[in-house]
Ligand binder design. Structure first.
Ligand code: FDA
Ligand code: NAD
Length: 433
């Protein structure tokens, strides 16, 4: 028998949790809302998985980091959903979506009907097997997206003290995982193809600090080459890694972070797509009536830059979910809400480091502050300047007030003609805005 709901959220990640809280805030009758997730647990703050979840001492564990603790909100335990009459349908993968018939079908063959659907399926990892890398299906090669992945990695770290770990990729996962593996006292080597880490965001000047700091912490870094194959032992466990430049490294544990891909396959041909995601308007409405898309999968109008963008970060997943629910509830009363006016915000933490970035990383760049990796308290950052205006700002080790100041700069986009002067003023330029 099919189950029917007024609202269904497909996906049980960050966006789903924040959407559920917004529904409850706006008023919800018991039985109206269901969340369908292939994960076995209620929505949680995914960023914990690459950080405190893998700490050697007192690691974070559920229920400690269910949403919405990551933004300082109430922690929504499974009981909360029960109290609100929200049905949490867990360990349930949807394998077919028929947007015309307004129905979803699970791997076990159950049918779920909805009046309004919010697609919140997030991203999936890109695998080395997708590139045909030889031997990439060996045991002890890990990816990190969901709590189950983190559990498997954690068990292996504990089972192999002093192991040699190889981290493939120099992006977010690469940098956060190298740090946490090192904290677990593993012998860590990073490999990535680009000339410096996190090229998606970092300038050469920013990256030089992080690479220097990581080296001081004992992380080996190999740049400008890729992994072409793995060999394994008689148990099928990874043993050696072959690099394109001919080098062969020993490895007992491999962690791969070579990017994510939005999970849109279920909807191919049924909904308009753009820039790899599902195209939405400023209310996260898709091209199909009564279907919304939020979080990593949404390609939405970024008003500040008059451009369609997709953002794979937690702040946007929370805010887009809230915006969609507000728009849905307003429409029911014949009202409208204001357009989404998002200021991109990314952050990361590793070792004793913590950075924040706001705005757009385009145009000329200016590095300021003390970016010497040997400094006892390094504090530095970068501005991005386009058409004579500061459009982006990055800061390592900022206080809450300083981070607020760089956010304001990115929002206000103050003029800056003299880049040398801007470099000299550094953080004090932001503090004046
Ligand atoms: P999210 O991935 O959270 O949730 C998607 C959900 O849909 C999952 O529960 C999935 O199982 C489910 N699903 C997908 N297909 C399904 C199907 N067919 N049937 C049923 N369920 C299905 N960002 C940041 O700004 N700062 C940070 O520090 C970090 N750190 C970080 C660490 C790690 C390890 C990862 C993987 C990611 C981050 N991020 C981050 C990124 C951030 O977590 C990400 O942008 C949000 O989780 C996106 O939220 P969504 O709800 O869109 O997807
Ligand atoms: P990423 O896009 O940040 O980095 C991918 C990296 O993979 C590139 O920088 C490059 O160095 C490397 N790469 C690409 N092809 C390669 C190849 N063939 N061999 C070796 N290296 C290769 O992606 P990620 O780090 O895998 O992160 C996955 C997702 O999780 C992203 O959506 C990311 O935004 C999210 N995430 C975010 C945070 C954060 O915001 N702090 C933390 C963790 C994860």
């Amino acid at each position: 028998m099919a189950k029917s709901f007024k609202y269904v959220i497909l996906g049980g990640g960050v966006s789903a949790g924040y959407a559920a809280r917004e529904f409850a805030k706006q008023g919800l009758k018991p039985g109206e809302l269901a969340i369908i997730s292939k994960e076995a647990v209620a929505p949680y703050e995914r960023p914990a998985l690459s950080k405190a979840y893998l700490f050697p001492e007192s690691p974070a564990r559920l229920p400690g980091f269910h949403v919405c603790v990551g933004s300082g909100g109430e922690r929504l335990l499974p009981e909360w959903y029960k109290e609100k009459g929200i049905e949490l349908i867990l360990s349930t993968e949807i394998v077919k979506a028929d947007l015309a018939a307004k129905s979803l079908i699970s791997a076990a063959g159950e049918t779920f009907n909805y009046q309004i659907l919010i697609i919140a399926t997030g991203s999936t990892v890109i695998r080395l097997t997708d590139f045909g890398t030889q031997g990439a299906d060996a045991k002890n090669i890990f990816y990190l997206r969901e709590v189950d992945d983190a559990d498997k990695l954690y068990e292996t770290i504990k089972a192999k003290p002093n192991a040699k770990a190889l981290v493939v990729g120099g992006g977010y996962i690469g940098l956060e995982l190298s740090a946490v593996l090192r904290l677990n006292n593993l012998d860590v080597t990073m490999v990535y193809p680009e000339p410096w880490c996190m090229p998606r965001l970092f300038t050469a000047g920013l990256a030089a600090f992080y690479e220097g700091y990581y080296k001081n912490k004992g992380v080996n870094i190999i740049k400008g080459t890729v992994v072409v194959g793995f060999t394994s032992n008689s148990n099928g466990e990874v043993k050696e890694v072959k690099l394109k430049d001919g080098r062969v490294l020993e490895a007992d544990i491999v962690v791969v972070g070579v990017g994510g891909r939005p999970q849109t396959a279920l909807f191919k041909g049924q909904v308009e797509e753009e820039k790899g995601g599902i195209k939405t308007d400023s209310f996260f409405k898709t091209s199909v009536p009564d279907v919304y898309a939020v979080g990593d999968v949404a390609t939405f109008p970024l008003k500040l830059y008059s451009e369609l963008r997709r953002v794979e970060h937690v702040d946007h997943s929370r805010k887009s979910a809230e915006q969609a629910v507000k728009a849905i509830k307003a429409a029911e009363e014949g009202k409208t809400v204001e357009e989404y006016d998002y200021l991109p915000y990314f952050y990361s933490r590793s070792f004793d480091l913590s950075w924040q970035f706001y705005g757009d990383n385009v145009g000329d760049t200016v590095l300021f502050g003390d970016n010497n990796p040997e400094s006892p308290k390094p504090k530095f950052g970068s501005y991005w300047i386009k058409d004579g205006k500061v459009v982006g700002a990055f800061l390592e080790n900022g206080t809450p007030e300083e981070n607020k100041a760089i956010a304001k700069v990115a929002r206000v986009q103050p003029p800056a003609q003299d880049l040398d002067q801007l470099a000299k003023e550094g953080l004090s330029f932001a503090s004046k805005i």
